[in-house]
Design a protein around this ligand. Structure first.
Ligand SMILES: O=C(O)CCC(=O)C(=O)O
Length: 265
């Protein structure tokens, strides 16, 4: 518990999340803990056979002028439900510091929502554009957030996530037949590039306007996105993802035991 009586965040960090709709946690994972995370991740994207059928991988053809890098040699661009890959990935979802941050942001009762991987292999071009996650994952109330764990230093040229601070207070109309926003209507004059280091985490409110960037570097930029919600936010989009709705904190107390020796509780 921090000196402010919060589980993970300082009072300033909590206020910053409430004000801006996102929060950058530099160096959340570091040292041996980060190394283990990167090692496990390397196995996840290289040992792709014989995984549970309810996990899925997607791959990207290298664009002209780019080749896959050694860390992500199969050019995995995305995965769904990496949490089903084993105990380590459950420990990543239930990591008490992250669950604590969500409690600090939203209140005492937190559930898991879903987990995925979003990589930006060399030459990746993001086609999604500005969006709020809300239309993709409607609930009875917008009490959800994604915790993006970055495994590599990621700046603007390398596909950094961009966010528009304080844009999380209302749901905006989506483009015809799409879940993204009408791009011309988005005022991105105040957009912030989340320049991150390996091991940083950025927490993104479900309604904050954001987008993924393009990666013009020869290095794969890799990230895991776990999403969380309050117990009171009831699923309206029929979430069938692995471990959806798993209770992670009740009464402000993280519930899940550690399954591996990765990070001791
Ligand atoms: O990959 C990123 O930088 C952002 C991901 C994103 O926008 C999303 O998954 O909604």
């Amino acid at each position: 518990m921090t000196s402010d009586g919060l589980l993970t965040l300082s009072r300033e960090q909590k206020a910053s999340f409430q004000q801006d709709g996102y929060l950058h946690l530099p160096g959340f994972y570091h040292g041996d803990v980060l190394q283990r995370l990167r090692d496990e991740y390397h196995q996840l994207v290289t040992q792709t056979e014989n995984r549970p059928a309810n996990m899925s991988y997607s791959y990207m053809d290298p664009p002209e002028g780019y080749v896959p890098d050694e860390f992500n040699p199969k050019n995995v661009v995305g995965m769904m439900d990496q949490v089903m890959a084993g105990d380590f990935w459950i420990d990543h979802v239930t990591e008490p510091g992250i669950v604590g941050a969500l409690v600090d942001c939203f209140g005492p009762d937190i559930d898991f929502h879903n987990g995925k991987v979003r990589n930006k292999p060399p030459g990746f071009e993001s086609t999604q554009g500005w969006h709020q996650d809300w239309p993709y994952e409607l609930h009875s109330k917008p009490e959800l957030a994604a915790a993006i764990t970055y495994l590599d230093p990621t700046d603007f040229e390398a596909g950094a996530t961009e966010v528009i601070p304080n844009s999380h207070l209302q749901a905006l109309p989506t483009a015809e037949g799409a879940s993204t926003l009408i791009q011309e209507d988005v005022d991105d004059s105040e957009a912030v590039v989340c320049k991150v280091a390996a091991g940083d985490v950025v927490i993104i409110h479900v309604m904050v306007i954001h987008r993924a960037g393009h990666n013009y570097t020869p290095h794969s930029r890799n990230a895991i996105i776990n999403e969380y919600k309050t117990a009171g936010a009831i699923d309206h989009w029929n979430n069938r993802c692995g471990l959806a709705g798993l209770p992670l904190a009740r009464g402000g107390r993280p519930l899940m035991p550690r399954l591996t020796d990765w990070i001791d509780a």
